[in-house]
Design a protein around this ligand. Structure first.
Ligand code: GLN
Length: 290
């Protein structure tokens, strides 16, 4: 399974790296609309149910029995990461949302989405505020201390966004520069650990970092490659993305540490979606919006 998904992702990556966004049309995908009514978003609804999840996490009860009894599964994400999760009006849509709907469907329950800041996600999961996290989250040893990760479903990298007339041409030119990242992400980690003398500005939203770049307050933004493409596509007259891939990362779904029952079900769902071609189809739907 991993091999095929990686191959598919690699194909998409290579295809999309060569893809120019200039002049591309935005089009409605409609993905997610059909089952949107079953998706309750953040706010009051998640407040009410977060207590249920945390109470149950303290017991020996099977997580799947508890989820089925509740009639819903709670997924936490940060809807600032197009095309994986983002706001479409008042709806949260994206690749991770569609995958999560399949997980809920497999369990025969409703999907409830809790939208929170990215750096709060692993703590929310560990404290039982949600059942799983689907947030374009890269598998990472530090995170693995507090959560368990599914099989990978997507390969990604960190990319550099700069102004079109920037003198930054590669990662070597980042040294000593003011760089915007999203707080608590692998982009934050990369810049903090690898870029000498950088002034790393940590923001809650990558889109705010891009605004600061355009306003001249930052020299570069480092963010995951697919969101980077979307951000550049929305401002293609002013900014561009460099071709260099800074890291090799794999997106995985996170579950509470030790919840092998839910993890197995998620892996099964991912495998079925991969084998049936549905995963590629979903990815294609969101990518073809470009
Ligand atoms: N893939 C990156 C990480 O895991 C960023 C994810 C995100 O911002 N949603 O840190």
């Amino acid at each position: 399974m991993k091999k095929t998904i990686k191959a598919a992702a690699a194909l998409l990556l290579s295809g999309l790296l060569a893809f120019s966004f200039a002049g591309c049309q935005q089009q409605e995908t409609g993905a997610g609309d059909s089952t949107q009514s079953s998706v309750a978003e953040s706010g009051a609804a998640s407040e009410e149910t977060s207590q249920d999840a945390s109470e149950a996490a303290d017991t020996e009860e099977s997580s799947i029995d508890r989820i089925k009894a509740a009639g819903k599964i709670i997924m936490s994400t940060n809807a600032e990461f197009e095309p994986f999760e983002y706001m479409d009006g008042t709806d949260i849509v994206g690749i991770d949302v569609d995958i999560s709907k399949k997980i809920a469907e497999k369990l025969g329950v409703e999907l409830q989405i809790n939208n929170t800041s990215f750096d709060a996600l692993t703590a929310e999961l560990a404290s039982g505020k949600c059942d799983f996290v689907a947030a374009g989250m890269s598998k990472d040893p530090t995170r693995e201390e507090s959560v368990d990760f599914s099989d990978p479903y997507f390969s990604a990298t960190q990319s550099i966004i700069v102004l079109k007339d920037s003198d930054i041409k590669s990662s070597e030119d980042l040294a000593g520069k003011t760089i915007g990242v999203q707080l608590g992400t692998t982009g934050d980690q990369y810049c903090t650990e690898n870029v000498e003398g950088a002034d790393v500005q940590r923001m809650n939203k990558a889109v705010d970092a891009v605004s600061d770049l355009i306003a001249g307050r930052l020299d570069a933004v480092v963010v995951d490659n697919f969101p980077a493409k979307k951000l550049v596509a929305n401002n293609s007259d002013k900014i561009m993305m460099l071709d260099e891939a800074l890291t090799g990362e794999e997106y995985c779904i996170a579950v509470p540490k030790g919840d092998t029952e839910l993890l197995d079900l998620i892996n099964e769902t991912l495998q079925e979606m991969e084998e049936s071609g549905e995963l590629d189809e979903i990815v294609g739907n969101y990518m073809s919006e470009e």
